[in-house]
Write a protein that binds this ligand. Structure first.
Ligand code: NAD
Ligand code: ISE
Length: 335
C-alpha cells in the first residue's frame, strides 16, 4: 500500500522532506500541500504530479485523500495542526518543536492518549543517525560501564541576524536535549546556563557561545556547548564518559588527505548534509510505522519532555542559577 501524505509548510525543511518522500523513499506519495504562502505551495506542487494545493492546513488534514500528515510549518503553528490530525485519527510527523510551549505539548499528549492510538512522531532525526546509533549501542552493550558525564558541542559556522539568544536553546540545543536523554535512557532534573565571553562574530541580540549544564536523575552531568558563529564548520560532537571507558560520536566519513606536509579531512558546513541519511531513515521508518498504526521514533511524550527541559534552560539563561526540570508523570501509554 502507498501512503498518501499531505505536507503543511513548504519552506526549507518542508521542501527537503517533500523531495525525499517523492524521490528517495518508498511506500509514500505526496498528494496534498498547504502553506500560508499559496504561491510557494503552487510552485512546489507543479513539480509533483497529482499533488493538490489546499487553502489551509485544516482543510488538508480533513481531506479524505490524505492518510497521513507531515507538519513542517513554523513552530508556533505546529500544535494546532497536530491536534487536528489527532482529531482526524491520522498519523502525523511533526518537525521539532512539537509545540512552542510545554502546556501545548501536554495537551497533545492528552489528546493522543484520549484517541487511544499512537499517532504523533516528532522530527528529532539524530535518533536515526548512524553514528548516534552506534554510540547508543556501545553504551547499551555496557562497553564503557555506567555513564558518568557527557561532553558535547553543537557548532554552526554562522547564523543570520534574525537568530537570537533563545534560539540557541529552542532551535539548536533542543536536538541535544532529545538525543542525549535517548542515548543514556535517563531523564533530566536540572539545568544551568553559563555565558563565556561573546565571540566578536555575534550581534547585540545573541549571546554566543553558551554552555548548558544538565543533571539527570541518575546523577549524570552533561556540559553542552552551543557555538553558532564558530566560523570553521558545522560540527556535532559528543563524548560519553563511563566507569570503564569513554565512547565518542564518530566523525562523518571524509577522505583523509596527505598533502604538503599536512594530514587533513574536510569539515562539513551544512547541517542538511550532515544529517541527510538520518532524515531519510527517519521518514522511511515513519512511513512504515504509520502504515502499521505505530510510532517507533520520538513520540509526543519526548516532544513534551524536550519542551519542559528547554523552558528550564531558558529560565536559567535569563535569570541565572539552577532551574529545576519538573514534568508531569509519564503516562503508561508511552511505556
Ligand atoms: P521556513 O520558514 O523555511 O518554512 C516554514 C514554512 O511554513 C514557510 O513556507 C511558511 O510560509 C509556512 N507557514 C507558516 N505558517 C504557516 C501556517 N499557519 N500554515 C501553513 N504554512 C505555514 O522554516 P524551516 O526552516 O523549513 O522550518 C520549519 C520547521 O522545521 C521549524 O519548526 C524548524 O524548527 C524545523 N526544522 C527542523 C530541522 C531538523 O533538523 N529537524 C531543521 C530545520 C528546521
Ligand atoms: C537547525 O534549526 C536545525 O534544526 C538543525 O538540525 C540544527 O543542527 C541546526 O544547528 C539548527 O540551527
Amino acid at each position: 500500500m502507498t501512503l498518501n501524505v499531505g505536507v503543511i509548510g513548504v519552506g526549507m525543511i518542508g521542501r527537503e522532506h517533500i523531495n525525499r518522500l517523492a524521490n528517495t523513499l518508498v511506500g509514500a506519495r505526496v498528494v496534498a500541500l498547504a502553506d500560508v504562502d499559496a504561491k510557494q505551495a503552487e510552485a512546489v506542487a507543479a513539480g509533483l504530479p497529482g499533488a493538490k494545493v489546499y487553502p489551509d492546513g485544516e482543510a488538508l488534514i480533513a481531506s479524505p485523500d490524505v492518510q497521513a500528515v507531515v507538519v513542517t510549518s513554523w513552530g508556533p503553528t505546529h500544535a494546532a495542526y497536530v491536534l487536528a490530525a489527532i482529531r482526524a485519527m491520522k498519523p502525523v510527523f511533526c518537525e521539532k518543536p512539537l509545540a512552542t510551549t510545554a502546556e501545548a505539548c501536554l495537551s497533545i499528549v492528552e489528546a493522543e492518549i484520549a484517541s487511544g492510538r499512537h499517532l504523533v512522531q516528532v522530527g528529532f532525526q539524530r535518533r536515526y543517525d548512524k553514528g548516534y546509533r552506534a554510540l547508543k549501542k556501545a553504551i547499551d552493550d555496557g562497553a564503557i560501564g555506567a555513564p558518568l558525564m557527557i561532553h558535547c558541542a553543537h557548532r554552526n559556522p554562522a547564523v543570520p541576524e534574525a537568530y537570537v539568544s533563545d534560539m540557541a536553546i529552542v532551535d539548536t540545543f533542543i536536538h541535544e536535549i532529545d538525543a542525549l536523554r535517548w542515548l543514556i535512557g535517563d531523564d533530566y532534573v536540572s539545568a544551568q546556563v553559563l555565558k563565556p565571553r561573546n565571540t566578536k562574530h555575534t550581534h547585540a541580540r545573541l549571546d554566543d557561545p553558551i554552555i548548558v549544564l544538565l543533571a539527570t536523575k541518575n546523577g549524570v552531568r552533561i556540559d553542552g556547548e552551543v557555538f553558532v558563529n564558530c566560523r570553521y564548520g558545522y560540527d556535532i560532537r559528543c563524548e560519553v564518559v563511563g566507569e570503564e571507558g569513554v565512547a565518542s560520536l564518530p566523525e562523518p566519513e571524509s577522505v583523509v588527505l596527505r598533502k604538503e606536509a599536512k594530514l587533513s579531512t574536510t569539515i562539513m558546513q551544512d547541517w542538511k548534509l550532515r544529517f541527510i541519511d538520518s532524515y531519510d531513515v527517519e521518514l522511511q521508518d515513519w512511513i512504515e510505522a504509520a502504515k502499521a498504526g505505530k510510532v517507533n521514533g520520538p513520540n509526543a511524550w519526548d516532544g513534551y519532555f524536550a519542551a519542559v527541559t528547554a523552558d528550564a534552560c531558558l529560565e536559567a539563561m535569563h535569570h541565572g542559577g539552577v532551574a529545576e526540570i519538573k514534568t508531569a508523570t509519564r503516562p503508561k501509554f508511552y511505556d
